[in-house]
Design a protein around this ligand. Structure first.
Ligand SMILES: Nc1ncnc2c1ncn2[C@@H]1O[C@H](COP(=O)(O)OP(=O)(O)OP(=O)(O)O)[C@@H](O)[C@H]1O
Ligand SMILES: [Mg+2]
Length: 193
């Protein structure tokens, strides 16, 4: 994946966020504060504006710009988490004209999420989608696989983040951050196809 394709990937992701904004906030209602779609859409808009104001000339520049926009413009847990993903991506692709090792890239993103949020697998956070996605990437992962990973957060009980406050009542709801992460991976897979 080169700079042009990576730009198309992120553009597709931002469009999916906008399209699913209401649903993402709806998912956040029963187990959080109902703002996930709003948070993500604000981040997507800020990132797009920054990219328009200054066109990136490298993969590193692209990811850095998006990361900074998300960190500075998005409140809530998801801003710093996604922001640190993109800054980790920027660090990973330094000097690369194409993404040389996608698995390493996404593993660095996962690592950034875990370092910042301290969640492990099974705590009903976006880690529950990032972790299996990174694991499956080497053997090949499909859109259906991503869908299944997102749905698998439904029976989990939240023990991290705002959703942990509702405890057992978080069971039976898809985790909003996992859903938006699913959109991120689907946009990536579609852009590669
Ligand atoms: N510690 C964590 N590690 C990984 N992901 C997390 C963590 N805490 C929350 N998340 C993810 O963030 C999502 C919620 O994002 P959202 O934008 O709604 O922020 P928020 O929880 O409302 O933040 P705040 O409480 O600061 O308003 C969750 O669905 C979950 O996937
Ligand atoms: Mg929220």
């Amino acid at each position: 994946m080169d700079l042009t394709t990576a730009q198309a990937w992120l553009k597709r992701f931002f469009a999916l966020i906008e399209e699913h904004k209401a649903y993402l906030s709806e998912l956040d209602n029963p187990i959080g504060d109902g703002d996930h779609g709003h948070n993500m859409a604000r981040g997507a808009k800020a990132a797009e504006e920054a990219l328009q104001a200054q066109t990136p000339t490298s993969l590193e520049g692209l990811f850095k710009s998006v990361g900074m926009s998300l960190l500075s413009k998005v409140g809530g847990a998801s801003g710093p988490l996604y922001g640190s993903v993109f800054l980790a991506f920027a660090n990973e692709v330094k000097g690369q004209e194409v993404i040389e090792n996608p698995q390493q890239l996404f593993a660095a993103g996962l690592d950034a999420i875990v370092r910042r949020g301290k969640a492990s697998v099974g705590e009903k956070t976006m880690v529950d989608v990032w972790s299996p996605f990174v694991e499956k990437l080497a053997e090949g992962v499909s859109l259906e696989d991503v869908e299944a990973m997102v749905l698998a957060t439904k029976p989990l009980k939240a023990t991290k983040g705002r959703a942990a406050y509702v405890g057992a009542r978080s069971i039976g709801h898809i985790d909003p951050g996992s859903y938006s992460s699913g959109l991120f991976f689907k946009a990536y897979l579609k852009e590669l196809a």
